[in-house]
Design a binder for this molecule. Structure first.
Ligand code: HEM
Length: 201
């Protein structure tokens, strides 16, 4: 009953709302960086915040189909916009590293090669590029049944993103491990065998 009411309310929410509200935390963080509100190392803080927003949006995007399956709440209409916003954040994260952190084009490949966590993050970013390019209606129509297959790459990108986070944290920290565990749980929920046993329960 409640889920049905929520779904009928959600059907009235236009998708553009996602494109208006999801950039807000990024814009606010950037503004804080410019105005001295991000502490002693604003570039690092901005880079880290954009990385976290990216991971949160990837997890949010991946959660949409398990939420539908297990609760009936239908957020599918918003999934593509959430994916596009995740790509926007990872691009901003990447550009912060490239323009504000490295500040030298010669350093790009040296840094990617030297720091394994940057290599892993960069691979995750590269995997998201074809997904962003094919996130329009024309690509969905032309790619047909290949489109969902191609977009399954988001699982690999999310794993790489969370691995990147685990690799860059010093000492034991629970948060990056939780991200990885949640992503693996969403992947497991997609497996037909698990899906059947969860549905039985
Ligand atoms: C799927 C792609 C990616 C995801 C999900 C991601 C996510 C993250 C997260 C969660 C953090 C840590 C935030 C924190 O400490 O609270 C981070 C930090 C960072 N990421 Fe990424 N990232 C991605 C791609 C990249 C790429 C492409 C680069 C550069 C080539 C990059 C470079 C960095 C750097 C330099 C840091 C900061 C390390 C520090 O604390 O000094 N990331 N990223």
């Amino acid at each position: 009953m409640i889920v049905r009411a929520l779904n009928s309310g959600l059907r009235k929410v236009p998708v553009w709302v996602i494109y208006i509200f999801l950039p807000v935390p990024g814009v606010v963080t950037f503004y804080l960086g410019l105005t001295g509100g991000l502490g002693a190392e604003p570039i690092k803080a901005l880079e880290q915040a954009l990385g976290e927003f990216t991971l949160n949006l990837l997890v949010l995007g991946l959660s949409i189909s398990p939420i539908l399956r297990f609760t009936g709440l239908n957020l599918l209409r918003f999934r593509r916009a959430v994916g596009v916003m995740a790509f926007t954040y990872v691009t901003a994260h990447f550009l912060t590293w490239l323009i504000l952190d490295l500040q030298s084009a010669n350093q790009i490949f040296a840094d990617i090669k030297k720091r394994p966590y940057v290599t892993v993050g960069f691979l995750g970013f590269l995997l998201l590029v074809p997904l962003a390019v094919t996130s329009n209606n024309w690509a969905v129509r032309s790619l047909g049944r290949f489109w969902p297959k191609l977009h399954s790459l988001v699982y690999v990108a999310a794993i790489l993103g969370s691995l990147h986070y685990i690799m860059l944290t010093k000492g034991f920290q629970l948060e990056p491990l939780i991200y990885m565990a949640v992503i693996i749980a969403f992947i497991a929920a997609r497996m037909p065998k698990w899906r059947r046993s969860l549905a039985r329960k």
